[in-house]
Design a protein around this ligand. Structure first.
Ligand code: GLC
Ligand code: CA
Length: 492
């Protein structure tokens, strides 16, 4: 008998940023075959599901988050056949597969946008936001949220990079087209999705300016497009069109959704998603009088308590996550250098012994600190490159720029994973990796930690095993709930 799926509510989801996970074909870029080879390790760790950052063809203006073809696999990562092998090898081990669906925007090179920008009368013109005059919105990645299109003499809206034009979700044809993409992947056997940038899909009608003469004074920059009323109805409509049910495992990137509003999204009976990835731990970093890093432990525990209390009565649980591909590493953010291993274990225990959907990010289980960059030419994230150029233009010195990048860049958590300290490129690849591995990461390689009983990796494994075997006892003192443990258990 093949193993059964674990009930998803208390699954352990492991986030893979495929480009840096494991290279199977020796071109220096992580890929699906490399990932498939590592599934036994992930199972050993206690992982039940993988969420893969986008694997589709993309010009990589935002490393995969600018999709030019939603129905295929980026050649850097392999082929559809490689995808199916990965899927089958996961299912054989009782593990689930989640794809990251980028539904707020496409690449400028996606055929929909090419058609939309072809002329003002194009049938796809109203799939995106076009205006004769831009409003005052700022892009989340900096700079104006509008870019001029010479050919058709109008501006288009992009809340992220200019290479990522926002789809117009008020258009039901757009929701339908995106739903068909989700359906395609469900038919391919994926078990769910992580929805990218979910809370900015809905813009305030008429796209009004943020700033001028509102009663009550200026409004925060994001007020016109973050978690707007009515967003949930659109998401529900999309999920229904796609055939997404509560038996699928779905995570929403949920910047701007408060715990008190979360039950409508994930609660029984009508919430369309499984869990929300809130942003409340993003800004709890502190420094002491000596400038040593730490965290606001009160904010940490208040967040945990408020999400659990808001959700448990509705038959839902919080997502428990600390790291992802957009954030620096927690041991660098929240612990002084000499205590990193201890701190990694403490953060793991404090987080993953709570009830909820555990979400880990590759390298977190090794306690990796931020990669340290000694020259800015080793940074790869387009957001970093843009920031470097902007800081240079402001006259900042190279040393100061590097210091800033070593504090905040997304590259800090996106470098290649060390698998075996005794192999070339620490076992990540047989070739020069697409981005250098931090030499300080090599002694923390997976293989060496696996052999060391006291390692962060083995601690994670113990914590995750505890979750799997003692689920009932993980209830926080004083809280009882009737959360259904086994909403569904699918056999393969
Ligand atoms: C999300 C992703 C991030 C990406 C952005 C635009 O925040 O996590 O990596 O750059 O959306 O798609
Ligand atoms: Ca490769």
């Amino acid at each position: 008998m093949p193993p059964r799926f674990r009930p998803w509510q208390e699954c352990v989801v492991y986030t893979v940023w495929p480009r840096s996970f494991a290279d199977g074909n020796g071109d220096g870029i992580g890929d699906l075959p490399g990932l498939t080879e590592r599934l036994d390790e992930l199972r050993w760790l206690g992982v039940d599901a993988l969420w893969l950052a986008p694997i589709h063809p993309s010009p990589n203006a935002d490393y995969g988050y600018d999709v030019s073809d939603y129905l295929d696999v980026h050649p850097d990562f392999g082929t559809m056949a490689d995808f199916r092998t990965l899927r089958d090898e996961l299912h054989r081990r009782g593990m689930r597969l989640l794809l990251d669906l980028v539904i707020n925007h496409t690449s400028v090179r996606h055929p929909w946008f090419l058609a939309s920008r072809a002329s003002r009368t194009s049938a796809k013109r109203d799939w995106y936001h076009w205006r004769a005059r831009p409003n005052d919105w700022e892009s989340i990645f900096g700079g104006p949220a509008w870019t001029w299109d010479e050919a058709t003499g109008e501006y288009y809206l992009h809340l992220f990079f200019p290479e990522q034009p926002d789809l117009d979700w008020s258009n039901p044809a757009v929701r339908q087209a995106l739903a068909e993409i989700a359906r395609f992947w469900l038919d391919e056997g994926v078990d769910g999705f992580r929805f990218d940038a979910l809370t900015v899909l809905k813009k305030e009608e008429g796209l009004p300016d943020v700033t001028p003469g509102e009663p009550g004074g200026p409004r925060p920059a994001w007020s016109r497009f973050l978690a707007r009323p009515g967003l949930l109805d659109w998401v529900r409509d999309f999920a229904e069109r796609a055939g997404i049910t509560r038996d699928h495992l779905t995570l929403g990137e949920a910047n701007g959704i408060a715990a008190t509003d979360a039950p409508a999204w994930v609660g029984e009976p009508q919430g369309p998603l499984s869990a929300l990835l809130h942003f409340e731990l993003w800004h709890i970093d502190t420094t002491d009088a000596q400038g040593r890093p730490g965290l606001d432990t009160r904010a940490f525990s208040d967040t945990a308590r408020s999400w659990y209390r808001a959700l448990a009565p509705h038959g839902a649980l919080p997502a428990l996550y600390l790291e992802n591909h957009d954030l620096p590493r927690i041991v660098s953010r929240w612990a002084p250098p000499e205590r990193r291993a201890q701190a990694a274990k403490a953060f793991a225990a404090a987080t993953y012994l709570q009830r909820g959907l555990a979400v880990l990010y590759q390298g977190q289980e090794l306690g990796l600190p931020n990669a340290r960059f000694t020259r800015s030419s080793d940074l790869r994230d387009p957001l970093s490159l843009r920031r470097i150029a902007a800081l240079r233009a402001q006259g900042m010195s190279d040393a100061a720029i590097l210091a800033e990048m070593n504090r905040s860049a997304r590259d800090l958590s996106r470098t290649p994973i060390p698998w075996d300290a005794n192999r070339p490129q620490a076992g990540f690849s047989s070739a020069e990796p697409w981005q250098p591995m931090d030499p300080a990461h090599i002694p923390l390689a997976w293989r060496q930690q696996r052999e060391d009983e006291d390692s962060v990796l083995n601690f994670y494994r113990a914590i995750l095993a505890e979750r799997h075997t003692k689920r009932q006892e993980l209830l926080p003192a004083g809280l009882t709930t009737s959360v259904p443990i086994a909403r569904q258990s699918t056999t393969q």
